[in-house]
Design a protein around this ligand. Structure first.
Ligand code: SAM
Ligand code: FES
Length: 347
C-alpha cells in the first residue's frame, strides 16, 4: 500500500505536496488503494448502508449567469418552470410513500420564492412529515434569510463553493458573483446550525491541480457535514459548450480522498457521475460515497432542469423506481437505508 495513502488514513490530512503527488499520480493502482481504504473508513461509520434523498427541483428560474450552468439567465432556449406549493407537497407525498425521509428542495436563485414563501413551504412540509429532514439548496442569501429558513424547520443546506481560488472563480462566474460572499454564506449557514454541504465540479473549465488542492484545503478547514462533487459536463447553450468534460476517474479519486479527509461526512454519488457513466453512481459508492439523491420532481419538468447536457432523470435513476435503485445498490453489496440519514454526530 502506498505510504501517502496510509498517512492520509492515519492523519486525515496530508501536506500540500503530498496531496499534489496523489492528484498527479491518479493511476489505476492508486485509485484502487484509495477506494479500498475509503470504503473501509465509510463502513466504520455507516456499515454497508447508503442514505437516500428525494430531490425536488422546484424552479429553474435563475437570476444568475454562471458560465457553466444550463439554467443561467442568459439561456433563452430553456423552458422555464416553477412548481407551486401544491405540486411540491405532492412530490413529498410521493417520496414519502416510496420511503424517502429527506427531501432536497433545489432551485435556481428565483426571486419568486422569497423568504415568506419558502418559510411557509418548509413549515408545511415539516408539519406533514415531522420525521423527515429538509435540505435546501437555494443559493446565496443573507444571514437573516438563512436564519428564518432554519427557524422554520430546515435541517440542512447545500451550497457548493465551486472553487476556492479567486481567479478561477472569476473565470466561472460574472463579476457580480464573489467567492468571498460564498464563503461568508457558508460560514453563516454553519454558525446558524445547519448541517452544511459544500463542493465543486471536477474538471471545470480552467481548473488546475493547484485549484483542486485549494478546494481540498478549504473543505478540510470548513469541516462541512456534506460534500458534493461531480464531474463538470458542458451544456450546449452556455459559453462552455465546447469545453472538455470532467473525468470519472478524477471524480472517483477525489471522492476517496475526501472520504479519508472527512471520515464521517455525507458524500453523495452524484447524478452527474451517473450521467457520464452508466455505472458511475455505483462506482462512487465503492469509492467512498454514502448517499444517493434520486429525482422526485414531476416527470414533465425534469428535462427542463438541464444543468448540463444529457442529464439522467428517468429510468432506473429516478425516485419512482425504488426497486431498481435498491437492486443496483444491493448488487454492489450495499443497502439503501430508509431513515433521515443525518450527519452522525448531530443525531
Ligand atoms: N442555485 C443553487 C446554487 O447555486 O447552489 C442550486 C442549484 S445549482 C444549479 C446546483 C449545482 O449544479 C451547482 O452548485 C453546480 O456545481 C452544479 N452544476 C451546474 N452546472 C453544471 C454543469 N454544467 N456540470 C456539472 N455540474 C453543474
Ligand atoms: Fe443559477 Fe449559477 S446560474 S446559480
Amino acid at each position: 500500500m502506498n505510504k501517502l495513502i496510509l498517512k492520509l488514513v492515519r492523519e486525515q490530512t496530508l501536506e500540500n505536496e503530498e496531496l499534489r503527488w496523489l492528484l498527479e499520480n491518479n493511476t489505476v493502482e492508486i485509485r484502487r488503494e484509495l477506494s479500498e481504504k475509503a470504503s473501509e473508513v465509510a463502513k466504520k461509520t455507516f456499515g454497508n448502508g447508503v442514505y437516500t434523498r428525494g430531490l425536488i427541483e422546484f424552479t429553474n428560474y435563475c437570476k444568475n449567469d454562471c458560465y457553466y450552468c444550463g439554467i443561467r439567465k442568459s439561456n433563452e432556449k430553456v423552458h422555464r418552470y416553477r412548481l407551486d406549493e401544491e405540486q411540491i407537497l405532492k412530490c413529498c407525498e410521493n417520496g414519502y410513500e416510496l420511503g424517502f425521509k429527506t427531501f432536497v428542495l433545489q432551485g435556481g436563485e428565483d426571486k419568486h420564492f422569497n423568504d415568506e414563501r419558502m418559510v411557509f413551504l418548509v413549515q408545511e412540509i415539516k408539519q406533514k412529515y415531522p420525521n423527515c429532514a429538509i435540505t435546501l439548496s437555494l443559493g446565496e442569501k443573507s444571514r437573516e434569510s438563512y436564519q428564518k429558513l432554519f427557524d422554520a424547520g430546515a435541517d440542512r443546506y447545500l451550497l457548493r463553493h465551486e472553487t476556492a481560488d479567486k481567479c478561477h472563480y472569476r473565470k466561472l462566474h460574472p463579476q457580480n458573483l464573489m467567492l468571498a460572499n460564498r464563503m461568508t454564506c457558508l460560514q453563516n449557514l454553519k454558525d446558524i446550525g445547519f448541517q452544511v454541504g459544500t463542493g465543486f465540479m471536477v474538471g471545470s473549465p480552467h481548473q488546475t491541480v493547484e485549484n483542486i488542492l485549494a478546494d481540498l484545503v478549504f473543505i478540510k478547514a470548513l469541516n462541512p457535514q456534506m460534500v458534493g462533487i461531480g464531474p463538470f459536463i458542458p451544456h450546449q447553450n452556455t459559453p462552455f459548450k465546447n469545453a472538455t468534460p470532467g473525468s470519472m476517474e478524477q471524480t472517483l479519486q477525489l471522492i476517496s480522498i475526501l472520504r479519508l479527509m472527512l471520515p464521517k461526512a455525507l458524500i453523495p454519488s452524484t447524478t452527474a457521475l451517473g450521467t457520464i457513466d452508466t455505472q458511475g453512481r455505483e462506482l462512487g459508492i465503492l469509492a467512498g460515497a454514502n448517499v444517493v439523491m434520486p429525482n422526485l420532481s414531476p416527470i414533465e419538468v425534469r428535462k427542463d432542469y438541464s444543468l448540463y447536457d444529457n442529464k439522467i432523470c428517468t429510468g432506473e435513476e429516478a425516485a419512482e423506481c425504488r426497486v431498481c435503485l435498491d437492486n443496483r445498490i444491493a448488487s454492489i453489496g450495499y443497502q439503501i437505508l430508509n431513515h433521515r440519514g443525518d450527519y452522525p454526530e448531530t443525531k
